[in-house]
Design a protein around this ligand. Structure first.
Ligand SMILES: [Zn+2]
Length: 426
């Protein structure tokens, strides 16, 4: 057996075995003409489509290419072609079979459309070009986004203390998506749109120092480019507030004995927390607060100065010890002359009840948004913020929905619902 090229054998045999299987399934389907519904059949436009014979179409399937002959109906009213079999098999308006669609969805949730195309070819032996990956993944993502809004199956909380974190992160957009929008560029324009993310987790575990550690497998995400601001005159909460509410109900956050909302200092987070989750403990991320003080030290004393370092260290110790008044006093000294110090003074004043760190630690609560920031990076950044990527809002939202679904361990449930309702796709 020496000198045997086993890889060549396994690859060739797999290809051959799949071809044989594909031909068998193809024959079986093509001899079955029960999809002929007479001389006409209803078109989705409401008119009747006329029978125009059996027509072949080549599909990519888990077994490779398959050419199926299907009863074809022509609609004179809207120009559409209707194939009852495509609908019955869940392949209406696509050349990918359900199994191939699922594969494309899963890879495109994880890597770029181009890489997905390469992986489909290498791993599954299916030629699906990058453009088709994009179309398929975005269509699937839109279905998932719709499903996410429609289906909320409340579960009991997975731990006595449940955490809910919110954050925003910019995603690069195509110029056409940004026309007329205010942004942070020097000329007042914008290059990104903000994706808002809500994440729910538990942290019952402790490390050697007794610090809460998030429980493996407990993190779920939901995100979209949405507004979080609800005006007093609005009849319903903002889109993102509704999203956060759905995620909270899905995870039993709303019913947990102890509920904690974590975030940085962004006012929208705390407005939303007040409106949607009254009574939850609110905590401003400790590291974010410390980072703020560090920025102030740099602004007052210059980068790399010893004095500045000492100043920042004192303030951070005061934060750790719960001496908020001391922090405020130190900031007040510089507030008049220094913009950063004044902004930080406002920030600490506004959030002081969310910065009672010794109290939170004594209660065994997590005071870091590490999970939320990692969530932004994992759920959004690594897939949507890669070099050269520019999105449309619709495209970004679809891929975000797809990715959050996958990363939250919900893809299988979604797929089951989708398989049970094939006629609802498209
Ligand atoms: Zn029609």
């Amino acid at each position: 057996m020496d000198g045997l090229d086993f890889e060549a054998i396994e690859t060739a045999v797999r290809r051959r075995a799949l071809q044989v299987a594909a031909r068998a399934v193809e024959r079986r389907l093509n001899t079955d003409t029960s999809d002929h519904r007479g001389s006409s059949c209803p078109c989705p436009c409401g008119q009747a489509a006329r029978y125009a014979g059996r027509r072949p179409k080549t599909f990519q399937t888990a077994l490779g290419e398959m050419t199926l002959e299907r009863a074809y109906y022509d609609c004179a009213a809207c120009g559409r072609g209707v194939c009852p079999r495509d609908r019955a098999l869940g392949m209406e308006g696509t050349s990918l079979s359900p199994a191939a669609t699922r594969m494309v969805g899963l890879v495109a949730a994880m890597v770029s459309f181009q890489e997905s195309s390469e992986l489909m070819d290498t791993l599954a032996g299916l030629p699906v070009d990058a453009k088709q990956v994009e179309r398929t993944a975005e269509a699937l993502g839109r279905e998932i986004a719709k499903d996410e809004r429609a289906v909320v199956e409340p579960a009991p909380p997975s731990a006595p203390t449940m955490y809910l974190g919110m954050d925003g992160t910019g995603v690069p957009m195509r110029a056409s998506e940004l026309e007329g929008r205010q942004g942070k560029q020097p000329d007042g324009s914008s290059k990104t749109r903000e994706v808002k993310l809500v994440t729910v987790w538990s942290a019952e575990g402790r490390d050697e120092e007794g610090t809460p550690v998030r429980d493996a497998g407990s993190v779920t995400y939901s995100a979209a480019i949405e507004s979080a601001a609800t005006r007093d005159t609005d009849a319903v909460p903002s889109e993102f507030a509704q999203r956060a509410d759905r995620e909270a109900r899905r995870r039993g956050f709303d019913r947990a004995p102890r509920r904690v909302v974590l975030g940085d200092g962004a006012p929208w987070i705390w407005n939303l927390a007040d409106e949607q989750f009254p009574g939850a403990v609110q905590i401003v991320d400790l590291y974010h607060a410390k980072g703020h003080l560090w920025e102030v030290a740099k602004a007052i004393y210059g980068a790399g100065s010893n004095l500045g370092e000492q100043w920042a260290k004192q303030r951070r110790d005061e934060l750790d010890e719960g001496k908020i008044d001391a922090v405020l006093a130190a900031l007040r000294v510089h507030a008049e002359a220094n913009d950063e110090a004044r902004k930080c003074l406002d920030y600490v004043t506004r959030n002081r009840h969310r910065m009672r760190y010794p109290e939170f630690h004594a209660q065994g609560l997590c005071t870091s948004t590490g999970v939320v920031e990692a969530g932004c990076k994992v759920a959004i950044g690594t897939r949507l913020k890669r070099a050269g990527m520019h999105w449309t809002v619709a495209g970004a939202d679809a891929i975000i929905a797809l990715r959050c679904c996958k990363l939250s361990g919900r893809f299988e449930d979604f797929w089951e619902r989708r398989s049970l309702a094939p006629a609802a796709t498209g």
